[in-house]
Structures are given as structure tokens and as C-alpha cells.
Design a protein around this ligand. Structure first.
Ligand code: TYD
Length: 244
């Protein structure tokens, strides 16, 4: 009886080690893990090509075997996506600048705790379409809210972390408007931010430029009018420098 049991146990464990374990280790070999993870954000005006560049970078990194999470702001979680529809569709007069700022902060706090920090703990690379610099540029510079308060809000929502690199895709305001009119003319009235006038978007751009000048180590500026593939190659090179 004892030997039968031993036999049974050893054949079950053999099955486990031959079939289950190897598959597990092949799987974990496929995904490279980075201790503490990495966080990269894409910033810039509307229609600078951030989402396209984010997707291209995600594809290149996955091809190299990294675990990649793509997300966006506002949004990325159930709560964040609800806040996103409120933020983009509410009429200008129905939402105060202060309320707007706090809603962006709420979306980010949720995203950080629910998705970004756990993914980074697992060694993943997180790519975020817009992040803290959009708040500093849109709510801080363009709407004129306190930059000191906004910085304190970043500390609070990010729990002391910062993006490893932020890619600012810089585009002349006139070009950004032209791209918008060409691509989605109906959105010029639909989305509160896209419906803002050129002076507002000029202030947004100045906001990004000031941030990039203040934090050249983290914020890398790219000319968004470059061909897509050229831009993608430059961003990938920057990421390679960080990964080492
Ligand atoms: P979205 O459609 O994602 O714009 P885009 O495709 O250009 O990224 O809309 C997000 C809008 O929200 C965008 O116009 C910028 C604005 N925004 C802020 O004003 N503050 C913020 O903190 C963030 C994250 C976005």
C-alpha cells in the first residue's frame, strides 16, 4: 500500500514537473522583469500623435520581451473613465477650474493605486497617455491655478513616485488646430478642451515648454512634426538609455 501511494505521488509530481513547471518557467523567461518597474508618460497638445507613439513604443518593448501596460489619463480605471466622460463633456460654465483640477487628481490617484503601482511592483513598464505635466500645463499654466498646490497634489496622488521619463511631443498650436480640423472637425465643439481658443492652447504649450526647461532630466522634448517612424525611433532610443 505504502509503495502504491509512493508510486502514485511520484507519478503525479513527475507530471507536474514535466508539464506544468516547464511551461511556467518558459512563460516567465519570455517576460523580462525590471526591478521596481518603469513609468513613462506621453505629453503634449491635442493631436500631437501621443497615442500613436505610445502604441508603437508598447509594440517595440513587447517584442523585446518586456511586460507592458498601456493606460491613459484621465481614465484607465472604471472610476477614471467615468470621471473622463464628466471632464470632457461637461459644459464649461458647469465645472469650475478648481473642481476640474480635483477631478483630474481623483482619476490619477485611482489609476496610481489600482494599476500603475501594482504593475510596477511586478516589474512591468507602464506607458501612460498624458500624466502630471498635462495638469501643470492645462490647469496650472492655462487656467492659472496655483502651481504650488498642483505640485503638492502630484506628490499626494503619486505617493512620492515620479515618471522615469516623460516624452513631450511639441507641436506648434496652429499645426495642432489644423490637424484637429482635418481629423475630427466635429470634435471642435464636442470636447471642452479641444473647443478652447488658440490663446488657451498657446498657454498650454508654454506651460509644457517651461516644465521641460525646468526638468530636462525627466522631460524629453521631441518635434511632433517629424515622420512617425523617426519619432518612434528617437523615443525608443531614450527608453533604451533608461533601461540600460
Ligand atoms: P483626450 O481626448 O485624451 O486628448 P488627447 O487625445 O489630445 O490626449 O482628452 C484629454 C483632455 O484632457 C486633453 O485636452 C487635455 C486634458 N487634460 C487636462 O486638462 N489636465 C490633465 O491633467 C489631463 C490628464 C488632461
Amino acid at each position: 500500500m505504502f509503495y502504491m501511494l509512493l508510486d502514485y505521488y511520484s507519478s503525479v509530481s513527475a507530471l507536474y514537473f514535466y508539464f506544468v513547471k516547464p511551461r511556467k518557467s518558459i512563460w516567465s523567461q519570455q517576460l523580462k522583469s525590471i526591478p521596481g518597474g518603469l513609468l513613462f508618460s506621453f505629453e503634449g497638445p491635442d493631436k500631437a500623435g501621443k497615442s500613436t507613439q505610445l502604441r508603437l513604443l508598447a509594440a517595440s518593448l513587447r517584442q523585446c520581451g518586456y511586460q507592458v501596460h498601456e493606460t491613459r489619463e484621465p481614465g484607465g480605471t472604471r472610476l477614471g473613465e467615468e470621471l473622463r466622460s464628466l471632464l470632457l463633456q461637461f459644459k464649461q460654465e458647469d465645472i469650475s477650474p478648481e473642481a476640474e483640477l480635483l477631478l483630474f487628481g481623483a482619476s490619477r490617484a485611482q489609476l496610481m493605486r489600482q494599476l500603475i503601482l501594482p504593475a510596477m511592483r511586478q516589474g512591468a513598464i507602464v506607458l501612460c497617455d498624458r500624466f502630471i505635466d498635462s495638469t501643470s500645463a492645462y490647469q496650472g499654466e492655462a487656467r492659472g491655478l496655483s502651481q504650488e498646490f498642483i505640485e503638492a497634489m502630484h506628490q499626494f496622488t503619486l505617493q512620492g513616485k515620479m515618471p522615469d521619463r516623460s516624452f513631450f511631443l511639441d507641436l506648434d498650436v496652429k499645426r495642432s488646430f489644423a490637424r484637429l480640423r482635418q481629423l475630427k472637425p466635429e470634435l471642435l465643439d464636442d470636447d471642452r478642451f479641444e473647443a478652447e481658443n488658440e490663446a488657451f492652447h498657446q498657454r498650454v504649450r508654454e506651460g509644457f515648454l517651461k516644465l521641460a526647461a525646468k526638468q530636462p532630466g525627466r522631460i524629453k522634448t521631441f518635434d511632433a512634426s517629424l515622420p512617425k517612424s523617426e519619432l518612434a525611433a528617437r523615443i525608443l532610443q531614450e527608453v533604451r538609455n533608461v533601461i540600460g
